[in-house]
Design a protein around this ligand. Structure first.
Ligand code: AMP
Length: 284
């Protein structure tokens, strides 16, 4: 496995691979890797002859400096995990390499996809994501890029970026990997105290309740949201950042429980912000 921190060296390797006709798969991450990240790698290895993982905690996508400062970093174990999983190259740039002081910062946004969910409650987040992912796409020149559906809004925003700006690559969404009790795997789970970890199980249980009440005949979206909100709020130390029901494609709010809908939530358990979502099909 090759580990590269400099852009020049990375470009050299990419050119070599391209000349040999390799198919490049790219999995961008912020590290502290878990089995959810590795599902992206597994998918890439199935579809591509070379797999790149980037590990970079991107400061421009954190709207809260405290959140950035406390984001976990575990580079040694990440590199070992990547090696074990057969990753071909890890790109591990520093902040200075990604954002040299000499550059003039650029701001990108896709307003209609950012007006709800995390885009609404984390102003500036998707501007940072679009900036870093665009740079990483240019640097790694992948044929396929793999993104987790756990971050569904991110997946939609990146898919739109690729379409709108004609990036020559295909974005692949990978299903959410969950712990045994249903909690979506996340690097942030490590920061939960044992008590808060237990409280966090309310999130997957809320999605179970959502499905049960839909099948049970609930037709009123406001009543449905109230039931789900009340359920989440039984958690001690839990605050809801948002609980929204939107169209899976446009990410605009829906007013009826019909067809396919995206139920998405972000909650703070203690200081830790956790997100989850599911696309649900409403019974006729
Ligand atoms: P992160 O390191 O949290 O920025 O995540 C890097 C990539 O891994 C993103 O595309 C995430 O959506 C994806 N990812 C994170 N957690 C999971 C999970 N539990 N299941 C599937 N993909 C995930």
């Amino acid at each position: 496995m090759i580990v590269v921190s400099e852009i020049g060296k990375l470009k050299e390797i990419i050119q070599e691979w391209k000349q040999k006709g390799e198919i490049i798969g790219f999995c961008p991450t912020m590290g502290t890797l878990h089995a959810g990240h590795m599902d992206l790698v597994t998918q890439s290895k199935k579809q591509c002859s070379k797999t790149i993982v980037s590990i970079f905690v991107n400061p421009t996508q954190f709207n809260d400096p405290k959140d950035f400062a406390s984001y976990p970093i575990n580079t040694d174990s990440d590199l070992q995990y990547c090696q074990e999983q057969g990753v071909d190259l890890v790109f591990l740039p520093s902040v200075e390499v990604m954002y040299p002081k000499s550059l003039t910062p650029i701001q990108m946004s896709i307003p209609s996809l950012q007006s709800n969910l995390c885009g609404r409650t984390r102003p500036g987040h998707f501007e940072g994501v679009l900036q870093v992912v665009s740079k990483l796409f240019h640097l790694t020149e992948p044929h396929f890029a793999f993104f987790g559906l756990k971050d569904y809004q991110q997946f939609r925003v990146i898919s739109a970026l690729v379409m709108e700006l004609n990036f020559p690559l295909q974005v692949i969404g990978v299903p959410t990997k969950r712990e045994q009790d249903g909690l979506a795997m996340s690097s942030r789970n490590l920061r939960l105290t044992p008590k808060d970890r237990e409280t966090a199980t309310l999130i997957p249980r809320m999605f179970q309740l959502a499905k049960k009440t839909l099948v049970g005949g609930e037709k009123n979206i406001n009543t449905w949201k109230e039931i789900l909100t009340e359920f989440l709020l039984t958690g001690i130390n839990l605050k809801i950042d948002y609980l929204e029901v939107v169209d899976p494609l446009t990410l605009q709010p829906v007013t009826n429980l019909s067809g396919d809908i995206l139920l998405a939530t972000a909650v703070f358990v203690g200081e830790v912000r956790l997100i989850d979502n599911e696309i649900l099909t409403c019974p006729n």
